[in-house]
Design a protein around this ligand. Structure first.
Ligand code: ADP
Ligand code: ZN
Length: 739
């Protein structure tokens, strides 16, 4: 039995403190227990994150109490934390903390208690009432409001009766009312009404997919299903009916959605079907709201959880199904320790809790499809859109030809302008997509490809209109905008206009179509709570002709009247120094194109690009996932990149280039002999982002067919190696960020 406990205290959330467990409590304190500990001059609540065998500090205070006999965190969640720590090479404490309910352990996130006023028998006593009216008219007035069916909360009642809370306490003393504490749950979706939706009969292809998923829910054979369905094929409806099936079996479900796609429209689809049974967790919730939602889930009041990556840890009772929508999304990966991928954690949690896992996407990650091909996941396909709606026609516009013809680089090609004009005339809607907010962003020379970069960060500078200068978003350096392309032998004047942001696209549209109603949606225009919802509602109601936006409008939106989608500059994500650049570009274009023609009218998509023959762009034009996949698989196999290997990236940061290089080489010397023959090691070498915030960055890349082949030796090498104090080393297992 453990003598010591390591505790996260609610009031000091990012540190752990050690306590002694008194004899009497040794049987009840577990990892995951909620405890009361002495803290400062008073007491605090906390969670036990570890039971260390020994502690450094001798004068330990004792744990005072344990809340309940059971751990707040279930055993399987602790197993999950253990797996995460092991797989992602993260400290166990940090891993446990990740599965702990953050809002619940934070200070000030208790339930709100409100004082409710209820009348007693005495208030019906006419004689007593008469007496009260004479002696205490204010109290009597408050009682009248209450008896008339008025507000029942103490503060509301006082307000309504134009009196003070004191008067109502007076009423209680006299025995006319009772004041009781009532717990109120802050429902983030209060004040919003949801129309209950009927369950539509499924299309045959949906039936087939659901059959596979139902079988998975019932027998766990197969344990994981990849639902590969083109945009608008009715994947969400399949999720909804799979959840219904799960609930009917008395089980709960988790639905993971990328944060960016967690739109009111998405939430409505789940709430509309399951009402109060749905709890929503997302980053815009207040601390209090999150606390309450967590308890609704923990207490089994809400059996369905919809949320972003951290919702994979939601304490759903008797979990029967985890859905990961848009499973290919890089935002499922956490970019700080533990660097977990929620999709992969979902699969592991599914295995630990014996529940089915469904991964859905129109453009599955190569990793997931690889797992289908080698028989680890089952495949369910939705190859056509609902009701035989047609897939949109995708046209690739060669902007180099356009520039030659016009003698300059315009933001919009003639074809796209004509297409927008036609939509405005026909009262149909247009979405224009640009993967960048702001006015102008990085300046890329359309002629030679030169990008204006920060001198100390090796990252592209961002143009800011208000100050008319270039700004480094990493170190804050400022520069003036050059008149011509600074690259030697180029000097192209179009350079100045080459950088593009949503704000500038919007401004140009206003000029081109003065009467059109144009609205922009990006993280700048949606900072206010509810603004996101408002813009989308206006768009749905037809009050907006053209919606300009970033990634925010690329995913999960379903507007039947959108018949045109324009991608202003498709190359933006293509030239990143990342072996997944082609995959990302293909996914993005497919998703964006998927917004067009979801109603009865056929959709059209314009993709403007300076590299029209790139395979990713051509595959997107043909809407040919499988073609892209085969080609990309070939390239990855050749280079031994994921999904044919697992990739671990070590990033070293420090002030001195030489010292990092040296330390990196020393480390590799230690590591190399421990590695088996299956492991490929590259580096240390400067990272693509070679410098940031004045720190140099180096990478060491490790690839092998199995993660363990890398991590076991790596753990050993890291344990025996002391990095110099001025060098920081971060390990990223199954890295998605290559810079
Ligand atoms: P996806 O998630 O694959 O992009 P959705 O689930 O959003 O597709 O479905 C696209 C549209 O088709 C939605 O408007 C949805 O309400 C509708 N839909 C889906 N399944 C059916 C069905 N069986 N019958 C009628 N409409 C459906
Ligand atoms: Zn900089």
């Amino acid at each position: 039995m453990a003598e010591f406990a390591r505790v996260i205290v609610e009031v000091a959330r990012n540190r752990e403190f050690d306590y002694r467990i008194p004899e009497a409590l040794r049987e009840t304190v577990h990892v995951g227990s909620q405890v009361v500990v002495p803290f400062g001059k008073g007491e605090a609540r906390g969670y036990v994150v570890a039971l260390p065998a020994s502690v450094a500090y001798r004068e330990l205070k004792e744990i005072r109490d344990v809340a309940g006999r059971k751990a707040v965190v279930s055993e399987s969640m602790l197993k999950l934390a253990r797996w995460m720590a092991d797989y992602y090479l993260a400290p166990y404490e940090i891993s446990v903390r990740t599965v702990l309910p953050s809002a619940v352990r934070k200070q000030g996130a208790a339930f709100v208690e409100r004082l409710q006023v209820v009348v007693t028998e005495k208030s019906r006593d006419a004689a007593a009432l008469l007496e009260l009216r004479k002696r205490a008219p204010k109290q009597a007035a408050a009682l009248d409001v209450l008896l008339g069916g008025g507000p029942a909360f103490l503060n509301h009642l006082a307000h309504a009766a134009h009196t003070s809370p004191g008067a109502i306490h007076g009423l209680e003393e006299k025995g006319f009312v009772q004041i009781v504490k009532e717990k109120v749950t802050r429902d983030p979706l209060a004040n919003l009404t949801f129309l209950r939706t009927e369950v539509p009969p499924l299309m045959p292809q949906q039936e087939d997919a659901l059959k596979i998923i139902r079988q998975s829910i019932e027998t766990l054979a197969p344990p994981v299903v990849l639902l590969f369905g083109v945009t608008g094929s009715g994947k969400t409806e399949v999720y909804l009916q799979a959840i219904k099936h799960t609930l009917a079996r008395g089980q709960g479900a988790i639905v993971l959605v990328p944060e960016i796609a967690l739109t009111p429209q998405t939430i409505e689809r789940f709430r509309g079907r399951f009402g109060e049974d749905v709890a929503v967790l997302h980053s815009r919730l207040s601390q209090g709201e999150r606390h309450d939602e967590w308890h609704r889930i923990h207490d089994g009041v809400a059996r369905i959880v919809v949320g972003p990556r951290s919702a994979v840890f939601a304490p759903v009772k008797n979990l029967g199904l985890i859905v990961v929508d848009e499973e290919h999304e890089p935002s499922y990966k956490q970019e700080e320790a533990p660097r977990y991928n929620a999709r992969d954690v979902a699969v592991v949690r599914g295995r630990l809790e014996k529940c089915a896992v469904v991964l859905g996407s129109a453009t599955p990650a190569l990793e997931s499809f690889h797992n289908v091909r080698r028989g680890k996941y089952a495949l369910a396909e939705l190859p056509a859109r609902v009701d035989h709606r047609q897939m949109p026609v995708v046209r690739v516009v060669d902007m180099r030809i356009e520039a030659e013809r016009e003698g300059r680089v315009n933001v919009f090609s003639r074809d796209l302008i004509e297409a927008i004009r036609t939509r405005i005339e026909r009262a149909e809607q247009t979405m224009l997509f640009l993967n960048r907010r702001g006015y102008a962003s990085q300046l890329i020379c359309p002629k030679c490809g030169y990008v204006a970069q920060c001198r100390s960060c090796s990252i592209a500078l961002t143009y800011h209109k208000t100050t008319d200068e270039l700004l480094c978003h990493i170190c804050g350096a400022r520069e003036r905008v050059p008149e011509r392309c600074p690259a030697p032998k180029c000097g192209d004047p179009a350079f100045k206009y080459a950088g593009l942001g949503t704000q500038r696209v919007e401004a140009i549209l206003h000029k081109l179509f003065p009467i059109a109603r144009v609205t922009r949606m990006d993280s700048d225009t949606t900072t206010q709570k509810g603004s996101h919802r408002r813009i989308l509602n206006e768009f749905r109601a037809g009050k907006i002709d053209v919606l300009v936006g970033t990634q925010m409008i690329a995913k999960g939106l379903d507007f039947p009247n959108v018949t045109l989608v324009g991608v202003v500059f498709a190359d933006m994500s293509l030239h990143k120094p990342d072996f997944r650049a082609a995959e990302r570009t293909f996914q993005l274009l497919t998703q964006v194109a998927g917004r067009a023609g979801r109603g009865d009218l056929k959709g059209e998509v314009f993709v403007q690009t300076f590299t029209p023959h790139h395979p990713a762009i051509q595959a997107a034009r043909r809407l040919d996932y499988t073609g892209f996949l085969d080609q990309e698989f070939e390239a990855r196999r050749e280079l031994s990149y994921p999904p044919f290997t697992h990739l671990v990236v070590l990033t070293l940061k420090g002030v001195s280039e030489q010292r990092i290089q040296f330390a990196g080489e020393e480390f590799v010397k230690q590591l190399q002999p421990l590695l088996g023959g299956q492991v490929v090691l590259n580096g240390p070498m400067p990272a693509p982002l070679a410098r940031a915030k004045g720190l140099y960055r180096f990478q060491i890349l490790l690839r092998a067919p199995l993660t363990k082949q890398i991590t076991e030796s790596l753990k050993q090498a890291l344990a025996g190696f002391k990095w110099p104090a001025d060098i920081d080393c971060a390990v990223d297992v199954d890295a998605l960020q290559m810079i």
